[in-house]
Write a protein that binds this ligand. Sequence first.
Ligand code: GMT
Length: 376
Amino acid sequence: MKIGIVLYPTFGGSGVVATELGLALAKKGCEVHFITYHQPVRLDLLTKNVYFHEVFVEEYPLFHYQPYELALSTKLVDIVLRYKLDLLHVHYAIPHAYAAYMAQQMLQEKGVKIPFVTTLHGTDITLVGSHPSYKTAVEFSINNSDAVTTVSDSLREDTLRLFDIKKEIDVVYNFIDVNKYPLINDDECDRSSLAKPNERILTHISNFRPVKRVADVVKIFYEVQKEIPSKLLLVGDGPDREKIDRLCKELKIKEKVLFLGNSNEVNKILCYSDLFLLPSQTESFGLAALEAMAARTPVISTNSGGLPEVNLHNITGFLSPVGDVIDMAKNALYILNDEEILTTFKDNAKKHSEKFTLNRVLPDYIEIYEDILNRV
Ligand code: GMT
């Protein structure tokens, strides 16, 4: 099968899922073409069956906004024709589903039929997608996709609630490749440059957007460090980063908080971590939480969106209402205060993460592909 995967190339979860899926399909013998505006962060281009095509937007003085979807749909037509692709799989509705639909229409005029699958990831539905500026186009693109998937039951429900959907929506959970999360032994996991032996390490990874409520991460940590010696690792970068830096200074905890920026060594950072904090306003799934669990790190999160499908209350971590930093701090202390409790939560987190493996998810996507190809 020859598949074109359209994605955002950044550190965000939708790009990570799309990249890992494409790489797994390539390993199975599919020819996979990644199409986006620069090389995806987790994509190793020297992989058999893998191709990358950069979408270039020509600048022109008249354009106040660059017409990316126009360039993308043109590129899709070009790649489908040149490599004789069988189908497109677009990750994140805006503007990918819309561009895929346009490419499909243009190709039809040339006598070529190409079906496309749209995978909805979260903010393309809950935050940006349902905004009046985009809603009509997003609804149209979803209804005109040949197949639609969401990454959690909660996102499926949100999509049906926020849009007038006339299509079946399949839930295909996000996943991790367990081979990339081997348990790292304590002696291999040298955390001495980050924390003293008696200190606990709490970690947060995100794109520092307002939806992540990173200020709540700091406030939870502030309460925790009053009771037990600890450090906070902040991984990632984004619009709220400076605000968070200022908050740490105001709370006088700057020397206990390490800003690590964007990292491709998430796996290693997580092996140092005792607890993962994800107090998001909304989260369709919470891939970062799943990655933490796969690395044996329990999770303190909110109970919004799809998080309860990933983080099990009082088993793999705890869930609290959005903004309830005192409850989240109390739960964090409960786990961190007792070595035996911490070990139980770590074991539970690892075990539960194994329900979301690539091997379980891949056949679902392949079935969806075969189904739409049979309908062409
Ligand atoms: O969380 C973000 O802001 C990034 C966003 C993305 O598009 O990469 O993440 C969304 O997709 C991930 C992969 O499916 C999910 O794990 C995240 O929960 C989801 N984010 C939100 O719903 C806020």
